[in-house]
Design a protein around this ligand. Structure first.
Ligand SMILES: [Zn+2]
Length: 350
């Protein structure tokens, strides 16, 4: 590599698994790839941008999970006014993710939130997959390719001074529900690979789906409620898609004593998950062939008749009461990745 003139720095994701933020600098101008939030053991209270950004001409976003985009508001506040390149689905999902992040971690002042979001939307540039984009005032070109992780996810190919540098973002398995398969890069001189579970073999989609069926049936065997805490973006929609397919295939089978799969009610209870599920439905043109075929058959993978989506706090309280009273088996997908916070707690108490 042209070592003297190309520099790669990692402003995040070095010690832990969160807070991804890489810089590619060529001569005196650079771009950032992702600008994520520190979480868990990497958590920091001061999130302001501590590195030089005067020479940063653009930000490229691989996907809109918070550990890849959560610090973007701080980047804007630090004075970054350049373009924010991301895929077309990400362009729709990003403001929704950051609005929630701002409300939780930044301010309750809606005017301030609206101002940050307006600035953000003004800087977002949706880039079709597979299309080179020259970054103005740099010697860098970028191209997004499907990563198979969540809707809109991409890895980033960069070209500078005849070198190809690839930033992986988070990569998914080849047969993710809803997503078109990732395409491996044809050429790569330097690879910046982010790998959370890279050392494990992913079980096959087929096995996972049947295991989900077995787990649900086992959990409901005593007539109780199954509570699945799931991340709002990605995991929730994956699970809904698989559950719909189980209902379609095993509708007459018993999910619980005296309850067929097609009678099983599924509740999604999280405003953010509700919002992302609605956005996922808007993004149908980006779904894979299998999902498109189900739509053509008249099925609704993310809006089936057994599904109830709970958004407001009022509806949430009603849902908890209804569940407690009805004594019927349910599956509830609730917000938050763990059972330590959010609406999950109210269900556990009910
Ligand atoms: Zn991710």
């Amino acid at each position: 590599m042209d070592n003297n003139n190309i520099e790669i720095k990692h402003h995040g994701a070095v010690r832990g698994v969160t807070g991804s933020c890489h810089e590619l600098k060529v001569h005196e101008a650079g771009i950032l790839i992702d600008c994520g939030l520190f979480q868990g053991s990497d958590y920091r209270t001061d999130l302001s941008i501590e590195f030089e950004i005067a020479h940063i001409r653009a930000l490229v976003v691989t996907h809109v999970h918070i550990d890849h985009v959560g610090r973007i508001p701080y980047l804007l506040i630090a004075g970054f006014t350049g373009p924010i390149y991301c895929s077309e689905p990400s362009a729709l999902l990003l403001p929704a993710m950051l609005e929630d992040a701002l409300k939780i971690g930044f301010t309750r002042n809606q005017q301030l939130i609206d101002r940050v979001l307006a600035q953000l939307k003004g800087q977002i540039r949706a880039l079709p997959y597979g299309q080179w984009q020259t970054v103005a005032n740099t010697e860098i070109k970028v191209r997004l390719q499907r990563a198979g992780h969540i809707l809109g996810s991409a890895y980033v190919e960069c070209e500078a001074l005849g070198q190809r540098i690839v930033f992986s973002g988070d990569l998914g398995a080849p047969h993710s529900p809803l997503l078109m398969a990732p395409k491996p890069p044809r050429r790569c001189d330097v690879l910046v690979l982010e790998s959370t579970y890279g050392d494990q073999d992913h079980e096959s989609r087929f096995d996972r789906r049947l295991r989900l069926k077995a787990v649900i049936e086992h959990a409901l065997a005593d007539g109780g409620t199954l509570l699945i805490p799931a991340f709002s973006l990605g995991r929730t929609q994956d699970l809904l898609y698989e559950i719909e397919s189980l209902i379609a295939e095993f509708g007459q089978h018993c999910a619980a004593p005296n309850l067929a799969w097609r009678q099983l009610e599924i509740v999604v209870d999280s405003p953010l998950a509700a919002n992302f599920t609605a956005l996922y439905r808007k993004l149908k043109p980006f779904w894979n062939k299998e999902a498109q075929a189900r739509l053509e058959e008249g099925r609704h993978p993310l809006a089936f008749e057994q599904l109830t989506v709970v958004d407001s706090h009022q509806d949430h309280l009603h849902a908890v009461q209804y569940l407690a009273r009805s004594r019927k088996p349910f599956v509830v997908l609730a917000g938050s990745g763990m059972c330590t916070g959010g609406r999950v707690i109210n269900y556990l108490k009910a």
